[in-house]
Design a protein around this ligand. Structure first.
Ligand SMILES: [Zn+2]
Length: 242
């Protein structure tokens, strides 16, 4: 059968893939032998094919490379995200600790009068020549206030002198003191309120009473000039009338 050229051009791909009936294949071969145009097309198809395969392979390689690059970038991004969150966490921890330290260093807790276990006048007092030693008025603090310091100020009452004092220390000092305390170094709880040696600038003979104020009340009273004895001051010691 003689095939028209347009039909041959349509059939050539099937022929190339060997999908034609044997009779169709025979007719195609016959046509190719006699038709230079279709033969030229057929020969071109033979040489095109490998190129096409190569092009497809090259495209596949490109796509695989692109995929690998994308995955690599994703891995890099994930790694950076992890590093960033680790850094952020470290920053937050550092800032948090810094803020905590700043808070502890600047916070003075108000101790109630119950942290003062005893106020006692001692003629000998703590030995030594320091202003914090010798004859004077001493407080014994509970372990809760260990490491805290006593601040005091004299105030004139009707016919004698009283001392108003507080117990103060930062949270930080309190923590350090608690950490440093053990069987060998028990809480240091005996401390001078005012002494003849100079601390508190007390006239021991005229000293008749000791009052306690929590830290913040004490400080606002302390900076007033000639302030009278505060009404909420707690009387903790009084000289015997005898
Ligand atoms: Zn032809």
């Amino acid at each position: 059968m003689k095939l028209p050229c347009y039909l041959v051009r349509d059939l050539l791909p099937l022929y190339k893939d060997e999908l034609c009936e044997p009779e169709t294949a025979a007719d195609l071969r016959a046509h190719l032998d006699s038709c230079p145009d279709c033969r030229a097309l057929w020969e071109k198809m033979q040489t095109d094919a490998p190129l096409e395969r190569e092009a497809v392979q090259a495209r596949e390689r490109e796509q695989a490379d692109a995929l690998r690059r994308v995955r690599k970038n994703q891995r890099k991004k994930r790694m950076l995200t992890v590093l960033a969150s680790v850094a952020a966490t470290l920053c937050a921890v550092t800032l948090g600790l810094g803020a905590l330290y700043e808070y502890a260093r600047t916070t003075y807790p108000d101790y109630g009068a119950e942290v003062i276990e005893e106020v006692r006048y001692e003629e000998q007092g703590i030995p030594g020549n320091s202003p914090f030693a010798g004859e004077g008025l001493y407080a014994t603090l509970s372990a809760e206030a260990s490491g805290a310091l006593v601040s005091s100020k004299m105030v004139d009452t009707e016919n004698s002198t009283a001392v108003v004092f507080t117990v103060s220390g930062t949270l930080w000092q309190q923590w350090l003191d608690t950490l440093g305390r053990n069987a060998e170094t028990p809480a240091n709880t005996r401390t001078a309120i005012c002494t003849a040696g100079g601390y508190g600038q007390a006239e021991m003979e005229s000293l008749c009473a000791a009052y306690y104020l929590p830290y913040h009340s004490f400080m606002s009273w302390f900076y007033q000039n000639n302030a009278p004895l505060p009404e909420d001051a707690i009387l903790l010691w009084q000289r015997d009338a005898s």
